[in-house]
Design a binder for this molecule. Structure first.
Ligand code: 5GP
Ligand code: ZN
Length: 113
């Protein structure tokens, strides 16, 4: 399997893991774009948001709720944070294993006015 995030899931390459359960994993981004930059991924290899199916509804909900818990772990629940899912070429998606960027720890600037 060539997927870098599957390799992290399988512990074939190291990552600074902050949370893991049977369904998902969260770890620090190797090139952080904010003071706090965590990636949250399903363990299942799903290339991007377009590949989610009805059977993934509970998984998606689990990730969103866990993002709140991770934000609390890093004490950015009160200061605020951003969750981003890049999908496809115009978004600049680089890793084709779906992931949520959890960004915070400093003012992030507005993306959409
Ligand atoms: P994308 O642009 O696909 O939404 O984001 C991919 C993210 O994965 C980037 O922010 C990049 O820094 C991060 N990344 C790529 N390879 C690795 C890796 O081997 N380990 C970790 N921890 N992050 C990675
Ligand atoms: Zn993968």
């Amino acid at each position: 399997m060539e997927c870098v995030f599957c390799k992290i899931v399988n512990k074939e390459i190291p990552a600074k893991i902050v949370y893991e359960d049977e369904l998902i994993m969260a770890f620090h981004d190797i090139r952080p774009q904010a003071k706090i930059h965590i990636l949250i991924i399903p363990k299942e290899h799903i290339p991007n948001n377009l590949y989610f199916e009805g059977r993934h509804k509970a998984l998606i909900g689990h990730i969103i709720l866990k993002a709140n818990e991770i934000a609390k772990m890093f004490e950015i629940d009160k200061t605020g944070f951003r969750l981003i899912v890049n999908t496809g070429p115009d978004s600049g998606q680089e890793v084709f294993h779906v992931h949520w960027h959890l960004l915070g720890g400093e003012p992030l600037g507005k993306l959409i006015c």
